[in-house]
Design a binder for this molecule. Structure first.
Ligand code: SF4
Length: 213
């Protein structure tokens, strides 16, 4: 489900609650829900960015509805509240020592890409089309083990290290997604993206606003 359409409509909502509340009511029968905002990815190159204030207001409405007793689980809220619960319980180290899932993805030819399934089948000579091996020639575990030596994986972890140094949201976010960095910046070593602004930064700010911190 994409929330951005409703966020754009939200600009015209004088009271600032109707459409977002309606969206969340509309999923009231679901046991759990996750919200993916429009991302610049693959063929989706032209979507306009959503104003951060609107994204924050959407998340704030979501927290308010959960507070009011909505029984739907919301993926983003579960993750953030889980993170805060771990920090409060003195278990921050599991976030400090977080291991990235290599997300190996195998194409019909046997070619393997890692980090983001969106990279499969994408031509880019700079990165050898993101292919790190082929399961017809080598075991998947061996391919994954040496994936960290490939240029785009090294570049991605360089970006994650920059995120750790520069971003106050790093511990919760863990450095974002490779595909968003590539599609938005053409560079895996980038830091901030629309994805992380919408799905991490504004989520945290919305909860902070609601709690008055
Ligand atoms: S929120 Fe953005 S800039 Fe911050 S750690 Fe995540 S990806 Fe990096």
């Amino acid at each position: 489900m994409s929330a951005s359409r409703d966020l754009r409509g939200h600009r015209a909502d004088r009271h600032g609650t109707g459409r977002t509340a309606g969206l969340l009511r509309g999923v009231g029968g679901a046991k759990s829900v996750g919200f993916n905002f429009e991302e610049l990815e693959g063929a989706n190159e032209t979507r306009e960015a959503i104003e951060p204030g609107l994204v924050r207001r959407f998340w704030r409405m979501m927290f308010e509805r959960l507070d009011m007793g909505s029984t739907s689980r919301v993926r983003e809220a579960d993750r953030l509240l889980g993170y805060l619960a771990d920090v409060q319980a003195g278990q921050k180290e599991q976030w400090e020592n977080f291991l990235h899932d290599p997300i190996p993805t195998v194409g019909t030819s046997g070619d393997v890409v890692v980090l983001s399934p969106e990279l499969l089948g994408l031509p880019d000579a700079r990165y050898d089309d993101f292919v790190v091996g082929n399961i017809l020639a080598e075991s998947l575990s061996s391919i994954v083990l040496r994936a960290s030596e490939t240029a785009y994986v090294r570049e991605f972890f360089h970006g994650v290290a920059r995120c750790r140094e520069e971003c106050e949201f790093y511990m919760f976010c863990q450095g974002g997604q490779a595909s968003n960095k590539y599609f938005e910046h053409g560079d895996f070593g980038a830091t901030e993206t629309r994805y992380c602004r919408n799905s991490k930064i504004e989520l945290v700010r919305a909860l902070g606003e609601k709690m008055g911190v």
